[in-house]
Design a protein around this ligand. Structure first.
Ligand SMILES: Nc1ncnc2c1ncn2[C@@H]1O[C@H](COP(=O)(O)OP(=O)(O)OP(=O)(O)O)[C@@H](O)[C@H]1O
Length: 243
């Protein structure tokens, strides 16, 4: 179970009127307990969704308050939290580190006590589930954006995390692969927290959070939340951003 208690995230940014940096509020204060199997997060660009997602595995630490996963504090038990909480970035290049897909997935599997051959064969099985069997040894830079996004997801799922946090994991995928990944995520036993602009995927969640201006303005039923989100999107001018 994920718990956020009195969480506030702030950052220093240059003061546009000159002088030194100033502190801006990115998210919160908020308290949340996330226990549902499928939690979706929607909101405008820059509203604070990624900040919220990154809090859940300690990629972002709260400026005040605490975030715990099964009782482990992200600020003090970060490594243990990250073993439990897999994170899929929007930009696959932020997480692919090895020159080929098979090596990248094999690296994710390093914690399993397998010899090199067994690890490689497990990596190839995982790649096949993501339609990348024939790309296993192609240089990563030669993969398409969608293939890289699939690889990033494959490498995280290969570690069998207790919780999967996905920050817009299907933005680069065509409709067929988006459906495949949606079905795959829907079928996982693990808890999934999905940040998305895909309102169909959000509608299938057990619980929907709508983030606006660093605040959760809806928490609960997906249909009601999506109605709220659509209203927000119809009234706010995109050029009138807050930051
Ligand atoms: N370290 C930081 N320092 C200053 N500002 C930051 C920092 N991190 C995020 N921000 C700002 O906080 C706001 C929220 O960012 P965040 O990435 O959480 O938004 P988002 O809802 O995920 O947006 P998108 O849908 O565009 O990905 C943005 O205006 C962003 O520029």
């Amino acid at each position: 179970m994920i718990e956020l208690r009195d969480v506030l995230v702030t950052a220093y940014t240059p003061d546009p009127s000159g002088g030194g940096d100033r502190v801006v509020r990115l998210l919160g204060p908020l308290s949340l307990t996330l226990a549902e199997r499928r939690v979706a997060v929607v909101g405008a660009n820059g509203s604070g969704k990624s900040t919220l997602a990154r809090l859940l595995n300690g990629l972002v630490l709260p400026s005040s308050g605490t975030v715990t996963v099964d009782g482990l504090d992200t600020a003090t038990d970060g490594a243990a939290v990250r073993r439990r909480v897999g994170f899929v970035f929007t930009d696959p290049d932020a997480q692919i580190v090895m020159p080929t897909p098979v090596e990248d997935v094999a690296l994710s599997l390093r914690r399993l006590r397998l010899d090199d051959d067994a690890r490689e064969s497990r990596a190839r099985e995982v790649l096949a589930r993501f339609g990348l069997a024939d790309r296993a040894q192609v240089p990563v830079h030669a993969l398409s954006g969608g293939q890289r996004q699939l690889l990033a997801l494959a490498a995280v799922l290969a570690t069998d995390p207790d919780v999967l946090v996905c920050d817009e994991p299907t933005t680069l995928l065509d409709l067929r692969w988006r459906r495949h990944v949606d079905d795959l995520l829907d079928g996982l036993d693990q808890q999934v927290v999905l940040v998305t602009h895909d309102l169909e995927a959000a509608a299938r969640a057990d619980r929907l959070l709508v983030v606006d201006d660093g605040t959760i303005v809806h928490d609960g039923d997906p249909a009601d939340g999506l109605a709220r989100y659509r209203t927000l999107m119809s009234t706010d001018s995109p050029a009138g951003g807050r930051r």
